[in-house]
Design a binder for this molecule. Structure first.
Ligand SMILES: Nc1ncnc2c1ncn2[C@@H]1O[C@H](COP(=O)(O)OP(=O)(O)OP(=O)(O)O)[C@@H](O)[C@H]1O
Length: 357
């Protein structure tokens, strides 16, 4: 895939406070990337650097191979051909939906402009609301108008800053998938900033997990969940527990529930001293790694249960006393205090050195 955007070791500080540290990533044309991380990790600042609202003190940002930001270059935002969608929609309240969408299209001929507006109205499913004003629309509809307005001039890149955080959870889920379809239908390249991993998973092709101004791992959702590169990513993405394990060899580790074999644990790669037989590690066990099986001799006690509709998330006490989570189809409804049979069914072994905090 042809590269559209490239960040090379960019830095940014507010006064003495360094909030972006040597951060790099590339994004291909037509791809949807996401910066995901806890509040204050620097996601919005990176987005603002890409948009040209903040300078970089070191490193460079390239769009289509041309430097748009570096310590000596700062192309102004309006010359970057980058569109933005904000958390608060930022629609013009006195303009109709049509005029909001047409706002950035003044350089087009009248007919071309009308056609593009009609196309965008259709794309975001608001053809019936063309004459309405923003206050006559729901939050989800307003965000669709904002998306249509940003996409209408066919920007090289679209930046979305927490676009769904003002919407309720169920709408957020639906709109995330819809926005992905809209972006793909327009062949848009986009970067989303969010702290909500469900949103990131629903929309993005590639996700960069950020912490303290650095990208900890840039990967697919699948790999972030199943092959986290470090403890921060393992803890931040999904649910799970760490259980103590003993290395049997470089690819096998024994935990209380049995022996796990498979992928090489990240911090126990072949050149890692810790992989030597007998070393103790912490093994990440996800709720889907422990399955409920009445026939299993291993019995665990139900300590807590969280009903999630299709599934129940059980917090279990293992025979040895440690705690683990298990995601079980919700027709297996067990009471707190009950003992249930469980079996380990993990495909990916993720283990970290116990010495790492
Ligand atoms: N204009 C500013 N002046 C000074 N400090 C700022 C400014 N904007 C952000 N910061 C600080 O920089 C750090 C990173 O902020 P940023 O908004 O980039 O993080 P974020 O990951 O997007 O967080 P959130 O999800 O809460 O928006 C924070 O500690 C924040 O307080």
């Amino acid at each position: 895939m042809e590269t559209l955007l490239e960040l090379r070791y960019i830095r940014h500080a507010y006064g003495q406070q360094r909030v972006v540290n040597d951060l790099s990533f590339t994004l291909g044309k037509g791809a949807i990337g996401c910066l995901l991380g806890p509040s204050g990790c620097g996601k919005t600042t990176v987005l603002r650097c890409i948009a040209g609202f903040e300078p970089v003190s070191a490193g460079e940002i390239l769009l289509n191979g041309a430097v748009i930001s570096s310590s000596s270059v700062m192309i102004p935002p309006e010359r970057r051909h980058i569109g933005m969608v904000f958390q608060d929609y930022a629609l013009f309240p006195h303009l109709s939906v049509t005029d909001n969408i047409g706002f950035g299209l003044h350089s087009m001929q009248k007919d071309e402009r009308s056609a593009r507006i009609a196309e965008m109205l259709q794309t975001v499913g608001l053809a019936d609301s063309a004459k309405k004003y923003p206050h006559q629309l729901s939050g989800g509809q307003q965000q669709r108008v904002a998306l249509a307005r940003a996409l209408a001039p066919r920007p090289e890149l679209l930046l979305l800053d927490e676009p769904f955080s003002n919407l309720d959870v169920s709408l957020r889920g639906r709109l995330s998938l819809e926005v992905r379809d809209i972006l793909k239908s327009q062949n848009a390249t986009a970067i989303l900033v969010t702290h909500d991993q469900d949103e990131a998973f629903a929309i993005a092709d590639e996700i960069g997990v950020m912490h303290h101004g650095e990208i900890q791992q840039w990967d697919t959702a699948y790999n972030l969940y199943h092959k986290p590169a470090n403890r921060f990513v393992a803890n931040f993405i999904g649910e799970g527990v760490f259980l103590p394990g003993k290395m049997l060899d470089q690819q096998q580790v024994e935990i209380e529930l049995g022996t796990l074999a498979g992928d090489i644990p990240h911090q126990c790669a072949p050149d890692c001293q810790l992989c030597q037989k007998g070393n103790t590690v912490d093994v990440l066990i996800r709720p889907d790694d422990i399955v409920h099986d009445d026939a299993s001799p291993v019995q665990a006690k139900v300590m807590q249960k969280a009903f999630r509709g299709a599934d129940i998330l059980y917090t279990l006490q293992l025979p040895g006393g440690s705690t683990a989570l298990s995601l079980v189809p919700s027709h297996h409804n067990h009471a707190i205090g009950e003992k249930i049979g469980i079996r380990l069914e993990a495909e990916h072994v993720v283990a970290f050195s116990q010495a790492v905090p």
